[in-house]
Design a protein around this ligand. Structure first.
Ligand SMILES: [Fe+2]
Length: 453
């Protein structure tokens, strides 16, 4: 039975009881159900979860006892302690002080989850929906991380690590390599559909259910391990560097490789669609945490949708060489042929792909390139060469077009040979940059007409 806390103590800012009730009603939420459990009720629930033996990874009695004592002591949840592994988050470490969550936070969660439910059942892949049920994350109050962490661990061996803000990619993926998922403790403002920054709505209502898709959990872990390989490779090269200039180059190259690996993650884990029974469905957490984008990603004629076979090097390079948008709904979605083939993204293969992507021309989110298996063409599409012509004519370009055009033209202007290993068929992936444009760019660049991207 829920304890009805004093709503007045939860009310904050300008959110009166009446306003809260009317916002809730707008989203089909019963305001009287937006009531967090008391500490003793949460502990009772935690005890029942920890005792479960009908799960893939039951928690030993000793570990469960220590974990329960920690929760009972009132120490706020920081990093999961159910496995021998841990992560050092240093200054980024945070904690979930459950009692400090306000009615606004819980109501924002309840409205978001209600809106998500309205779209997810139609647009999310079936495995995702199963995950949501398994982790019980669709309730009307923000989950207690002690309980949620235990549930996730029992099913997947992943755990949560609370973080204070947007953390560096290095820390984020280091967590992934040890099967820790960084989660924020901040809930988006009421009635916000899309947010660039991660919040509880994205991290928990979006990502957590994807952990039950084994291939997605595996890809996330492999991304972490691939990032570790890139850092390791960088450290080895730095040891042998003979000048500051060489050190700088090594650091810049590693940063680029991490960026390309990040694109693989972005287009799959965050914004991936998948073919299921002749329809495409969403499995990316970035999509599913936004009710608006969930419908848009599948239904809108404005975006490109391109079929991808993750086991094909050509297709994976297509992802690694595509620059994307973060500030709005995506304009290109990649649709995986199936989830099973995501298992082919081993850490070593990710490393191989990003190294190959270093020496290839890159694309922007607007482009359809030869060799793409196009499902539909969006309204913002451009040809691959348009960015060069627009750059050289000093026409307005968005950031993505600008940096991609400059990168490619500068790469050609430096006389870098395109890297085309014989075993890979990139011919159709590489719309060549016209030679006369390279020369024109090179002369203009030397006159200082283009800034560094
Ligand atoms: Fe995310």
């Amino acid at each position: 039975m829920k304890t009805h806390m004093n709503t007045k103590s939860l009310t904050n800012g300008s959110l009166t009881k009446d306003l809260a009730a009317s916002i809730a009603a707008k989203h089909g939420v019963d305001i009287t159900s937006v009531v967090p459990l008391s500490k003793s009720e949460r502990l009772e629930q935690l005890r029942a979860v920890l005792n479960r033996k009908d799960v893939p990874h039951p928690i030993t009695r000793e570990t469960a006892r220590a974990y329960f004592q920690l929760a009972e002591s009132g120490k706020p949840f920081a990093i999961g302690t159910l496995s021998p592994q841990t992560v050092d988050l240093s200054k980024f470490e945070n904690q979930q002080v459950y009692e400090s969550l306000t009615l606004k936070d819980h109501l924002s969660w309840a409205c978001l989850v209600a809106d998500q439910q309205a779209t997810k059942h139609q647009y999310a892949c079936r495995e995702y929906l199963l995950g949501e049920e398994m982790f019980e994350i669709s309730g009307n109050v923000i989950p207690d991380y002690y309980i949620l962490n235990a549930r996730i661990y029992q099913q997947t061996e992943w755990q949560l690590a609370t973080v204070s803000e947007i953390i560096p990619a290095e820390v984020f993926f280091h967590c992934h390599s040890r099967k820790f998922f960084p989660v924020t403790t901040f809930m988006r403002p009421l009635e916000t559909d899309y947010l660039e920054e991660p919040d509880i709505g994205h991290d928990v209502a979006g990502h957590v259910a994807t952990f039950t898709i084994p291939q997605v959990a595996q890809v996330m872990n492999n991304h972490g391990l691939a990032n570790n390989l890139i850092h390791h490779e960088k450290e080895l090269r730095l040891k042998n560097a003979t000048s500051e200039l060489e050190e700088q180059r090594i650091n810049e190259e590693a940063t680029e490789l991490l960026l390309f690996a990040g694109r693989l993650y972005w287009f799959t884990v965050e914004f991936g669609l998948v073919m299921q029974q002749d329809n495409f469905k969403a499995f990316g957490a970035g999509i599913l945490s936004s009710p608006g984008e969930t419908k848009y990603s599948v239904d809108s004629p404005n975006s490109n949708r391109i079929l991808i076979d993750p086991s094909s090097d050509r297709d994976l390079l297509r992802l690694a060489t595509t620059d994307y948008l973060i500030s709005e709904f995506q304009k290109t979605y990649f649709v995986m042929k199936n989830l099973e083939s995501l298992s082919s993204l081993t850490p070593q293969r990710i490393l191989h792909i990003v190294h190959t992507a270093e020496n290839l021309p890159h694309h922007t989110w607007r482009e359809i390139v030869p060799g793409d298996e196009v499902i539909n063409v969006g309204t913002s599409v451009t040809s691959p060469n348009e960015k060069y012509y627009r750059l050289l004519a000093h026409q307005a370009l968005d950031d993505c077009l600008y940096r991609t055009a400059i990168r490619n033209l500068r790469m050609y202007a430096k006389g870098l040979e395109l890297h085309q290993p014989e075993e890979l068929d990139f011919v159709n992936l590489l719309p060549p940059v016209p030679e006369e444009l390279v020369q024109e760019f090179s002369a203009a660049d030397q006159r200082g007409e283009f800034a560094l991207p």
